[in-house]
Design a protein around this ligand. Structure first.
Ligand code: NDP
Length: 293
């Protein structure tokens, strides 16, 4: 079994981006700038946005955070998106989700100019990805493709089974794995909560990508000998063995599945570290106008 070390791969990519930013600065070019809109005081959202801004500092990007109280009106938020859309200094904009209930998430996402939608959630970017045009791909699927590419995992002609069909992970993952490009060119099956004979389907997978949000759902008997297993799930559970009293686990029973897999991502340290790095890669593309010219 070979561990896919997302932490190490993410660190390498950050170094590559930092070198690129240095080169841009040395040539008096424009430093990439990522903006984030954060509404309310949710601790997880605050941590996530702070991590993004720290990652920007680490690679030499400019970053800014626009903070709003939880009772901000939809109109105020849409105006803020417009303001950032029209600021030539800002290359990429993300809106930290979820937004409060009185705000229509989709309306806000669709207000972002697709050229600045580095989260890849705007329907224009999703549509462009679907038909194989250059687009921003959302962070988690983009990160997984990068992990597979850098781990030299052969995907062409392989049986790929994806557990989960969410808009942010399972669905885009299925399109990327089926595209006529490398990595890609796999034969893809997407499973969800209504799928029958799930274990039989997963047991045929050469590549198994699990994003269902169920702690340690995938056990060794569901996995083919030598399969590549990508675990997207992340759960904080009580533990008597850690100082904090908690530990992180995935959607896969790592101890037993790692015995059968040829490659596997751990939790933590697998898919997770790639998410912010993907956002940095998209922001660099935005500042170089690689997607929309
Ligand atoms: P969602 O809850 O949006 O989607 C879960 C999907 O899994 C749905 O399609 C659902 O089916 C399916 N599903 C749920 N239970 C079962 C089951 N018993 N059998 C088969 N299919 C099932 O989750 P996300 O895609 O947003 O996230 C999945 C996991 O990945 C979560 O643990 C999340 O925390 C984690 N995550 C981690 C990230 C990272 O950076 N590491 C980033 C994003 C997510 P149906 O459609 O029928 O309801």
């Amino acid at each position: 079994m070979k561990l896919i070390d997302g932490k190490q791969i993410a660190a390498t990519i950050k170094d590559e981006i930092a070198s690129e930013v240095k080169r841009i600065k040395d040539n008096d070019g424009k430093v990439p700038h990522l903006a984030a809109i954060l509404v309310g005081e949710d601790p997880a959202s605050q941590t996530y946005v702070n991590n993004k801004s720290r990652a920007c500092d680490r690679v030499g990007f400019d970053s800014s955070t626009y903070r709003f109280p939880v009772d901000v009106s939809e109109k105020e938020l849409l105006d803020a998106v417009n303001f950032i859309n029209n600021d030539p200094e800002i290359d990429g904009l993300i809106v930290q989700l979820p937004l409060p209930d009185h705000i229509d998430n989709q309306k806000v996402i669709q207000q972002i100019r697709p050229e600045k939608d580095v989260d890849g959630f705007h329907p224009v970017n999703v549509g462009r990805m679907t038909i194989g045009l250059p687009s921003y791909v959302s962070a988690t699927p983009f990160g997984i493709m990068e992990l597979m590419m850098r781990s030299r995992i052969e995907t062409k002609g392989k049986n790929c089974v994806i557990l989960g069909r969410s808009n942010i992970v399972g669905k885009p993952m299925s399109l990327l794995m089926a595209r006529n490009e490398e990595p890609g060119n796999a034969t893809v099956t997407v499973c969800h909560s209504k799928t029958q004979n799930l274990a039989e389907i997963t047991s045929r997978a050469d590549i198994l990508i699990v994003a269902i949000g169920q702690p340690e759902f995938v056990t060794a008997d569901m996995v083919k000998e030598g399969a590549v297993v990508i675990d997207v799930g992340i759960h904080r559970v009580p533990s008597s063995k850690t100082k904090s009293g908690f530990k992180l686990i995935g959607d896969v029973r790592f101890d037993e599945v790692s015995e059968k897999a040829s490659f596997i991502t751990p939790v933590p340290g697998g898919v997770g570290p790639m998410t912010i790095v993907s956002l940095l890669m998209n922001t660099l593309k935005a500042s170089k106008k690689e997607i929309y010219g």
